[in-house]
Ligand binder design. Structure first.
Ligand SMILES: Cc1ncc(COP(=O)(O)O)c(C=O)c1O
Length: 394
């Protein structure tokens, strides 16, 4: 077989890996030379002998050629040895926790988490005797102080959803290593284009590939990237045992989206920067959360651990909930919708939409007020986005 598999791959830069890894054309005998990975719909694979699968595949829940291509690409994005694809971000999270935790274990999680992750922890996993402490991970000393004898995992998001808070990933990973605790980073917001948690010393990266990885708001998926063989074997076992895997068509869509990830991220970030600066100077706005703003409290940390500031931001509107509702319902280019990371700009109200499952007292404590608005900057012309916000705020 004269496949290009692996050629120069380790020296390739991010944008090249995003296009090519996992999809090297097969120009060998019988190979068709596809430059885009085919969608292998077969649920089962024939073999010549009872003892081994002839083509390396047995049954598509266990492994499938389209999924394997995506998983190779996913691993390469995060500089990981292994990538595993799931049917949603929550499926990835559930399988990871199922694989690494058991009754009596303790997990430290940052207190400003995606609402669905918090719900999984507090309402589902807690029922199985797993304990959770939610701490302000902006202060590594609080994370360190929360570690107990039974702590098995530290779960971080940086930037967080929706307040864009950062944590010092490298410092927390260092503390965790000393105590033999596994660190997990949900890297959905930054994307692997702008932040590499494994390079900062963590063990596992989680993505909702529904967001920037696929990038077009047309597929739900999740991913885990990791290099430790022992952890990988445990999670891979449960990927098959629990079976929350994506369809071959979904794998194809996510792999296709990833090919343009670096181009899209540049535009998401430059649009978000323009919007953040515009909102910062608007008289009806009481504060903007965006790591790329020079006066963002953790701007220095953002510069240190991210190579771009991402496409997500949130802001506090002056006034009350009805003023916020008017702005949210008046935009024309921005769609009022949950989710993020697609080519189209979205606007939403965390308190009643994405974070409605977070108890009101917790929302109040965190600063997810009724006048907080979250934006996912798309890749449209920035002038149209600013004009839309200007009219919605007027
Ligand atoms: C930061 C983050 N992590 C995880 C998830 C869950 O992913 P999914 O919706 O693909 O299950 C989301 C969904 O919005 C998210 O924003």
């Amino acid at each position: 077989m004269t496949r290009r598999r692996g050629r120069g791959r380790s020296g390739w830069k991010f944008a090249t890996r995003a296009v090519h890894v996992g999809e090297e054309p097969n120009l060998g005998p019988g190979g068709s030379g596809d430059v885009a990975v085919p969608i292998h719909l077969s649920s089962t694979f024939a073999r010549r002998r009872v003892t081994e699968p002839t083509g390396g595949f047995e049954y598509s829940r266990t492994s499938n050629p389209t999924r394997r291509a995506l998983e190779e690409k996913l691993a390469s994005l995060e500089g990981a040895r292994h990538g595993l694809a799931f049917s949603s971000g929550m499926a990835a999270e559930t399988t990871l926790c199922l694989s690494l935790l058991e009754k009596g274990d303790h997990v430290i999680a940052s207190d400003d988490l995606y609402g669905g992750t918090r719900r999984l922890f507090s309402q589902t996993l807690a029922k199985f005797g797993i304990e959770f402490s939610f701490v302000d991970a902006r202060r590594p000393s609080l994370v360190s102080a929360a570690v107990r004898g039974n702590t098995r995992m530290i779960w971080l998001e940086s930037p967080t959803n929706p307040l864009m808070r950062l944590c010092d990933i490298n410092e927390i990973a260092r503390v965790a290593k000393q105590r033999s605790v596994v660190t997990v980073v949900d890297n959905t917001f930054a994307s692997p284009c702008f932040q590499s948690p494994l390079g900062l010393g963590t063990d596992v990266v989680v993505h909702s590939s529904t967001k920037y990885l696929s990038g077009h708001s047309d597929v739900v998926g999740g991913a885990l990237m990791l290099s430790d063989e022992r952890l990988f074997e445990r999670v891979k076992f449960n990927q098959n045992a629990a079976g929350a895997v994506p369809s071959p068509f979904d794998c194809f869509l996510i792999a296709r989206g990833i090919k343009t990830l670096s181009l899209r991220m540049e535009r998401h970030a430059s649009n978000a920067q323009r919007i953040a600066e515009f909102l910062s100077n608007h008289k009806k706005v009481d504060g903007v959360n965006y790591p790329g703003l020079k006066d963002f409290p953790q701007h220095t940390l953002a510069r240190r651990q991210m190579s771009g500031f991402g496409g997500m931001l949130s802001f506090q509107l002056k006034g009350d909930a009805s003023a916020a509702r008017k702005v949210l319902e008046r935009t024309k280019v921005f769609s009022l919708a949950e989710s993020l990371g697609g080519v189209e700009s979205l606007i939403e109200h965390p308190a009643t939409m994405t974070h409605a499952s977070v108890p009101p007292d917790q929302r109040a404590k965190l600063g997810i007020t009724d006048t907080l608005i979250r934006i996912s900057a798309g890749i449209e012309d920035p002038d149209d986005l600013l004009a839309d916000l200007r009219q919605a705020l007027s």
